[in-house]
Design a protein around this ligand. Structure first.
Ligand SMILES: [Zn+2]
Length: 306
């Protein structure tokens, strides 16, 4: 849980996706599941890495962080026991591509600026739709990176659907709906059985929860991510001001209180999500929740100091 993707990025000469992706896709037998050779997988990982931009936050280090966090859920939290090999494959691939081609600007910016991406997706989960489009359209035109070419049409469509479902649910605007569904499932009497029957929901919830897991990490990592996130948000706010657009929430460097935004994010979004997921995956209680409480207190102290 304390794995540092920043150290990974350094050690891999800024190729965290190719290094960790290769390791974990082998670990979870993804090459066998897709029936592909090493070269196709290596080409695909290099392609994925190349499509991440050097944003302060939404970059290849973030994608490798989410991949590793998903791996922690699969292995240490026993998530694998509820999933099929195909679902494990879909989850790992979705983690790798879930922010592909992100331009460091959120859906609100795209909507308000009526950008090309907003036009293409009619303001609906703009970035998430774009990440998926970039993934599948590139493989369609380049055989060398097509990791799905040996699958039957039926298996490909199933895997594609699972990846699309998961990535679309990383859209924060779907957070409360997803959490409500997960909560209802986790309140069932025979939880084990219920989770096995709701594995599609579990997949979506896990990728989303991993995507917002920064404040549940040990302090040093949590703060590094906060700094990067704020830098990206404020840079967006600057662009919005210069274009005369409404400045998106948390993006105004003159008025946003960093401790306040972190306290709100932890109390209303991250903590309730981890609490619900911990009913399904109890290891979360001991490993993640203590960090969340501790980081929440840290930001409350910071607020007092201001
Ligand atoms: Zn993300």
């Amino acid at each position: 849980w304390g794995f540092s993707p920043f150290e990974l990025a350094q050690a891999s000469h800024m190729r965290p996706i190719q290094a960790l992706g290769w390791h974990l896709l082998c670990r979870w037998n993804v090459l066998e599941e897709l029936m592909i050779d090493e070269m196709t997988m290596r080409n695909w990982l290099a392609f994925v890495e190349s499509k991440y931009n050097s944003n302060p936050y939404h970059n290849a280090i973030h994608a490798s962080d989410i991949l590793q966090t998903v791996h922690f859920m699969l292995q240490t939290c026993n998530l694998w026991s509820y999933l099929t090999q195909k679902q494990i494959t879909a989850l790992l691939l979705a983690a790798l591509v879930h922010d592909l081609g992100h331009d460091g600007l959120n859906n609100n910016y795209h909507k308000n600026s009526i950008s090309q991406r907003a036009l293409m997706y009619n303001d609906q989960s703009i970035q998430e739709n774009y990440h998926l489009f970039l993934l599948f359209s590139s493989m369609d035109t380049n055989q060398e990176i097509d990791i799905f070419h040996n699958l039957s049409q039926e298996n490909f469509l199933e895997l594609r659907k699972a990846i699309i479902d998961m990535v679309l649910f990383t859209d924060m605007s779907k957070h409360f709906m997803l959490l409500k569904d997960l909560k209802e499932t986790c309140e069932a009497d025979s939880l084990d059985e219920k989770l096995r029957g709701s594995s599609d929901l579990l997949l979506k919830a896990v990728l989303h929860v991993c995507d917002i897991s920064n404040p549940a990490k040990p302090r040093e990592l949590a703060i590094s991510w906060t700094e990067r996130c704020i830098e990206e948000f404020f840079s967006q706010g600057d662009q919005e001001k210069s274009l005369g657009l409404p400045v998106s929430p948390q993006c105004n460097r003159e008025t946003t209180s960093i401790p306040d935004s972190q306290i709100g994010f932890i109390e209303f979004v991250v903590l309730p999500s981890f609490q619900v997921l911990s009913t399904a995956l109890p290891t979360i209680k001991d490993v993640c929740l203590p960090n969340l409480h501790s980081n929440l207190n840290y930001w409350k102290e910071k607020k007092e100091e201001l």
